[in-house]
Structures are given as structure tokens and as C-alpha cells.
Ligand binder design. Structure first.
Ligand code: SF4
Length: 420
């Protein structure tokens, strides 16, 4: 392809039935007309006739595509998109934050298309131009967190495998004792990024997600089920090629303007949707409570349990961002609870969807024996336990690789059926 900048001009196509890996080179006019990963993915889905209702979404003919756009990986944009036919037999276009998008870009690919079905569980390892289909039987059945931790150490670039460039003699004595220079670079350098499914995807649950970094998800539409139907546990990527931007200096100048405007948004940058969403939703009657039997609490103090500053006090919160993003919307959190099962578990601070669908919707907020029409009578510790339940159910969905919007709706329905 001509020297079109921002894209690499190639998409990897992995056929899990035959084990073949081929390279697709979309023409320049396709890149220009279908700008970005989402449009490019839809172009191929229509071109190959996969949108036809007769194509079984959970059959080998379906194609799942992991794509990035021209500026992915260059601050402040870092999202990837999955385009496939969803488990529900309509289009799935699902985006996610996380490092994997940038890593794919840095590996020199604009996307990966996966077709066919492997005979046994596999994962796809991408190290720059090299793509391999590898056995995944050792991680099949493991949750997303466990599998990601194992797999990211198995896909190392030459950078991670070479001896350290430092010699012990160059280092202070104490430091050299702690980090011997002879040690291979693993741990000292960047590990691979991983898109992975959990037991939910393996069992082809229709609302299974593809997860990365424990709590970021390509959610809704069941992209995880499509991976599961292909026996594909994960895609693990390590890229070292950088980014094919046309004018890096100009681009960075533009992104600095965006970042400086983002930096003024205190509540968003401090707590994400927990900084604002909880209050607005209650005021406007948009909070799901007990399977939408109520839409707000009469006593507005009830919902203080789910505000960002309270979460900060009740459970340790830190901030994490995709490469180059000044908004850092992921807030890893450690749960505090009197229940040993939940206490100390790591999760992320629930964002707006989780606060609603696996928080208020499951009846965690109001005190036993009261309804959302009553005044709130709980203490600080009651609030902390309610928050812990919200955080823990969020964690369960993330580790099983399930969508908590759909999962919360289903659980709330079951609870109301039992109630009635
Ligand atoms: S950290 Fe959050 S807001 Fe920033 S790019 Fe990633 S997903 Fe988007």
C-alpha cells in the first residue's frame, strides 16, 4: 500500500481450523472510506457475508475481529474495538480501554481477524510480526485474572529475553543485590498485554465479555462467547515497533491541548462516573433499584454509599490509565468488609453501570426491612458493607468474564420473581 500514515496497512487473519496465519492488506481507498477500527471491521463483516442471519454466530464461519484506529496508541486515545456477529445474532461493535490496543498497534498490526474453530483450547501470541497459535489447556477453566497473569509472562519480546544492559558494577551495591544485573529483563521491562475470556466465555454464555487488565472489558453482545465457541482463550500481544504517525510533533501538540482541558475536570479525574453519576441518576429518576421497581431513593443520603469520596474512605483506591490518557478512568480498589470472603479482594471501583445494575438493582443499598421510600437509617459501617457487596459482585463478573449490566439485570429479575 502507498505510504498512508497512521496505519500499518495490514491485518492478520488467523484461521483456527487450519492453523494458518495470513496477512490481509486493505487497499488505501478502504482505509480512507472506512476510517477507524469500527468501520473497517464492519466493512469486512459485510464483505464476507457474515451478517447474513443464516450464519451461526457460535459456529466456525463467524469471524471475530480485534481492531485499532489510526491514532490508537498515541495519546490520548487507547481504545480497541471488537467487531463480530454477536451471540444474539446481530452486530457486535464493542470497545474497551486498556493497554492491549496500543500494544497491537506497536506490534505493527491494524487488526486481527479470527475465523474457524480450534480443536482444543488455544491462545494467539503476537510478538511484532510473529504470530503463533499456542496451546491454552493450562489456562482453560481459569478466571480472567489468573489466566492473564500466567499468559503475559509467556509472550516475551527479544527485549525481555536478552540479558540486562546494566552490569552489577554499574549499580549501587544494595540495588545490585536486590536486582541482579544478570537477571533476564522480565519484571524490569514491559510485559505483554492480554485480551482474555473467563469461564463465562468458555461456556459460551451469551453475555460473556473479553476482558483485559482484570477489569476492562469488551462488554455487551457476548464477544467472549464467540471466542469460547472457537476455543480461543486469549490473544497475548507484545509490540515494539512504535507508531506510524505522519507528524508526531504536531500530533503531540494537539493532544496536549486535549489533555490540558481534561485536567480541569476534578470529579471526573478523581472518581470517574462515581464522581458525578450517582447523584445525577438519583435526582433524575434513573437509578435501577430492585429490578426497576423504584428509580430513586426518597432520602438522597441513601445513595451517598456509592459516591467516589466515600469509596475512597471505605476502600483503598488508586488510579490507572490507558497509555497517555489524562482521565484515568480505572480505579483499582481493595474491598473492606467484615465478611472474610470479600475482605481484601482486589477489584475496581464500580463505575456508573455497576453501581446501578449490581448495586441498587440488587437491593444492596437500603437497610433490611425498609424500602427506597423510607429514610436511610444505616451507619457508616452499613454503608461500607453495602459498598463491599457492590464491589464484590462487580469483581465476580469481571473474573468470570461476564457483563455485569446483563448479569445484574438477570439477578435482579430472579430476586423479584422470588420476592413475588
Ligand atoms: S483511561 Fe479510561 S478514559 Fe482514558 S482512554 Fe482509557 S478507557 Fe478511555
Amino acid at each position: 500500500m502507498a505510504a498512508l500514515k497512521g496505519v500499518w496497512g495490514k491485518i492478520a487473519r488467523v484461521n483456527l481450523s487450519t492453523g494458518e496465519v495470513t496477512v490481509i492488506e486493505p487497499p488505501e481507498e478502504v482505509y480512507r472510506k472506512y476510517l477507524g477500527g469500527e468501520a473497517l471491521g464492519l466493512y469486512y463483516l459485510f464483505k464476507e457475508g457474515i451478517v447474513d442471519p443464516s450464519v451461526d454466530p457460535l459456529g466456525p464461519q463467524n469471524m471475530i475481529q480485534f481492531l485499532v484506529g489510526p491514532v490508537t496508541g498515541a495519546a490520548p486515545n487507547a481504545r480497541s474495538v471488537i467487531v463480530t456477529k454477536s451471540a444474539y445474532n446481530f452486530l457486535c461493535v464493542s470497545t474497551s480501554g486498556g493497554r492491549a490496543a496500543a500494544e497491537l498497534k506497536f506490534a505493527g498490526w491494524d487488526g486481527i481477524q479470527v475465523v474457524g474453530k480450534a480443536e482444543k483450547p488455544v491462545y494467539i501470541a503476537v510478538i511484532d510480526d510473529k504470530i503463533e497459535i499456542r496451546d491454552a489447556s493450562h489456562v482453560w477453566g481459569k478466571n480472567t485474572e489468573e489466566a492473564e497473569t500466567i499468559l503475559q509472562k509467556e509472550v516475551l519480546s527479544p527485549l525481555e529475553q536478552r540479558e540486562s544492559i546494566l552490569r552489577s558494577a554499574d549499580m549501587p551495591e544494595k540495588w545490585a543485590a536486590l536486582h541482579p544485573a544478570e537477571k533476564k529483563g522480565i519484571g524490569a521491562k514491559r510485559l505483554a498485554a492480554v485480551w482474555v475470556i473467563g469461564p463465562g466465555g468458555e461456556k459460551q454464555v451469551w453475555y460473556a465479555n473479553v476482558v483485559t487488565e482484570g477489569a476492562r472489558a469488551h462488554g455487551r453482545y457476548g464477544a467472549g462467547a464467540i471466542c469460547g465457541s472457537k476455543n480461543l482463550k486469549a490473544i497475548v500481544i507484545r509490540g515494539t515497533k512504535g507508531h506510524p504517525l505522519a507528524d508526531k510533533a504536531r500530533f503531540l501538540e494537539l493532544t496536549r491541548t486535549i489533555q490540558s482541558s481534561e485536567k480541569g475536570d476534578y470529579f471526573w479525574r478523581s472518581y470517574g462516573t462515581a464522581g458525578i453519576g450517582w447523584m445525577e441518576a438519583n435526582m433524575t429518576g434513573g437509578f435501577p433499584i430492585r429490578n426497576w421497581q423504584w428509580e430513586s431513593w426518597a432520602d438522597p443520603s441513601t445513595v451517598l454509599t456509592l459516591n467516589g469520596p466515600f469509596m475512597d474512605v471505605a476502600s483503598f483506591v488508586r488510579k490507572q490509565a490507558c497509555p497517555g490518557c489524562a482521565l484515568h478512568c480505572l480505579y483499582p480498589t481493595q474491598i473492606t468488609s467484615a465478611a472474610p470472603l470479600m475482605n481484601g479482594a482486589l477489584t475496581d471501583m464500580p463505575d456508573w453501570e455497576a453501581m446501578g445494575m449490581v448495586g441498587g438493582n440488587l437491593g444492596f443499598l437500603e437497610m433490611p426491612g425498609t424500602t427506597p421510600d423510607d429514610p436511610y437509617t444505616g451507619t457508616h459501617w452499613d454503608r461500607a458493607e453495602a459498598l463491599a457487596k457492590n464491589q464484590f459482585v462487580t469483581r465476580l463478573h469481571d473474573t468470570y468474564g461476564l457483563d455485569y449490566i446483563e448479569g445484574g439485570a438477570l439477578l435482579a429479575l430472579l430476586m423479584e420473581l422470588r420476592q413475588r
